[in-house]
Design a binder for this molecule. Structure first.
Ligand code: NAI
Length: 506
């Protein structure tokens, strides 16, 4: 296999969104690139579009005139696949069809050198299946870039069942040379990024399906308490349900109906209604008429002015709620039991308020829960139980708003919003590593760079504390009976032994 990368000639087949992006960054890095597309004129048009991008980068001062001139010389449209005879690496970024990709690789094999690496940018097909159509599957690997390629600085290097280590290493080195972070993955459904991304959307959809909260509430809480750039429903609208829902179904089916990836009837129904998202003008949000999208906010109730009592529980959670209550200027009750006129606050971890009320023998009509997972920072989430007096819940909301923080009031749900979504993300991340899909470090890098999460799943688990994540999952599993929440052995073992999820000991 190719190990020395200088001088390097890259072939790119398919001059669509991905092919031209790959050609752009490679030529910018000084690699000689040949670009071919089956449609006449497509490669030349793609080159023109890339030249325009470079001019813009030059205007912004990111590239010099000399760099643009060199890059322009490096990128050549090719008239046929024969131009790839001296290529070191050929990347295909053509239509996502197994038969067409196999046919292309077979044709390439007859043209390229024996040591040329053949890479596929497939996002959903099996690399092993694509390679199986070739005479030399050992030189075929996945090389999965993200859209837009110049901005998404990560690429998955995927080894199929027959891929040679040298092939994967060659693509890993090449990725570094063109300024992308390579992450190594085994050929499994969704590879790393599309697999790790299952938790955020499916758990958010479950919360809404259970009527625990509305989709705008879920988006607000995950952005403002957990730090996601886009809420899950904003993300679904941006990607379009015509893309997201089939991906959810495909990964679920490819994993033989693993409950952790179970899609939702919500997206299935909305897809059939044509509510695709931004591209159709209406999705979860309405992009045609701003005015009808937002319901008028309810009038604020007077803040709760009586005493507030906090149930015993986790010491850290209690001290956070105590500080919050003090910030809000409320009177804190410190007795072992609440007085008859106190607002009772419980701090569930993976449980619902009803379970806490029943276990501790509290008055359900005046008990609410508060989520302390994100240290009572950012947007606060309060949770009622089915018996909580509505007026009291609204007064509690007004009281906690006196902290200066936004407050979301939701219905009873085991694990609130943030606990459920983060525990699911951490659990799926742990299981990806447990299955040997990739290394812990590559998982976290891929998620941060490929999905834009504020942290990787394992770093997040370490920050929350593996034991707390495990407790949330055990409680979610117990209260729901849903195997979706069964903890991954990677998490359970490390939590019990007090080890880090991200940093491998020894
Ligand atoms: P696209 O539709 O924008 O471009 C595909 C190009 O390939 C077209 O110009 C088409 O004429 C050409 N083509 C089709 N069959 C060909 C053949 N046999 N020989 C030569 N050229 C051929 O598609 P896009 O979005 O660039 O995707 C390409 C590949 O990258 C697909 O496998 C896709 O799954 C994968 N991918 C796409 C991502 C995206 O967000 N668009 C992200 C990651 C991977």
């Amino acid at each position: 296999m190719q190990s020395t990368l200088n001088p390097l000639v890259l072939g790119v087949v398919g001059a669509g969104a991905m092919g031209r992006g790959i050609a752009q960054i490679a030529a910018q890095a000084g690699v000689r690139v040949r670009l071919f597309d089956v449609q006449a004129g497509a490669a030349a048009n793609a080159r023109d579009a890339v030249l325009l991008q470079w001019k813009k980068l030059q205007e912004k001062g990111r590239l010099t005139e000399a760099m643009v001139a060199d890059a322009a010389l490096a990128l050549e449209p090719a008239q046929s696949l024969d131009a790839f005879a001296d290529c070191d690496i050929v990347i295909e970024a053509i239509v996502e069809r197994l038969d067409v990709k196999r046919e292309l690789l077979s044709a390439l094999e007859k043209i390229v050198r024996a040591d040329c690496v053949l890479a596929t940018n497939t996002s959903s097909l099996s690399v092993t299946a694509i390679a199986a159509g070739t005479a030399h599957p050992e030189r075929v690997a996945g090389f999965h870039f993200f859209n837009p390629v110049p901005l998404m600085k990560v690429v998955e290097v995927i080894s199929g069942a027959m891929t040679d280590d040298g092939t994967a290493q060659c693509l890993t080195d090449f990725a570094q040379r063109i300024g992308h972070r390579p992450v190594r993955a085994k050929d499994t459904p969704g590879f790393i990024v599309n697999h790790a991304g299952r938790g955020y959307l499916t758990e958010a959809l479950r919360i809404v399906q259970e009527s625990a909260a509305g989709f705008t509430q879920v988006d607000e809480v995950l952005r403002e308490a957990a730090g996601f750039r886009l809420g899950p429903f904003q993300l679904l609208d941006l990607t379009g349900l015509d893309v997201s829902h089939p991906v959810m179904e495909s990964i679920y089916e490819q994993y033989y109906q693993e409950p952790r990836y179970r899609p939702s009837v919500i997206t299935a129904r909305r897809l059939s209604a044509g509510l695709l998202g931004r591209k159709s003008g209406r999705g979860f949000y309405n992009y045609e008429s701003e005015a009808s999208a937002a319901a008028p906010p309810p009038a604020d109730a007077a803040p709760w002015s009586g005493p507030v009592w906090i149930a015993a529980g986790d010491a850290q959670a209690r001290s956070q709620v105590t500080a919050l209550i003090e910030r809000c200027g409320a009177i804190l009750e410190t007795g072992a039991l609440p007085s008859a006129d106190a607002l009772c606050v419980v701090v569930p971890l993976g449980e619902d308020v009803s379970t806490c009320v029943a276990r501790e023998g509290l008055d359900a009509t005046r008990t609410i829960g508060i989520d302390t997972l994100t240290d009572c920072a950012g947007r606060l989430t309060l949770m009622t139980n089915p018996a909580t007096a509505r007026a009291l819940a609204e007064q509690a909301k007004s009281l906690f708003s006196k902290s200066g923080q936004a407050v979301t009031l939701i219905e009873d749900s085991s694990g609130f919003i943030v606990q459920r979504v983060l525990a699911t993300i951490v659990n799926i991340g742990c299981d990806i590593v447990q299955q040997g899909v990739c290394s812990p470090g590559d998982l976290d890098s891929a998620v941060v760079l490929g999905l834009g999460y504020p942290r990787g799943p394992l770093a997040w688990g370490d920050q929350i504390g593996p034991r707390r994540v495990l407790e949330i999952l055990h409680n979610l599993h117990r209260t729901s009976g849903d195997p979706r929440y069964r903890p991954s052995p990677w998490l359970a073992r490390r939590a019990q032994l007090g080890l880090s999820l991200l940093h491998v000991s020894g």
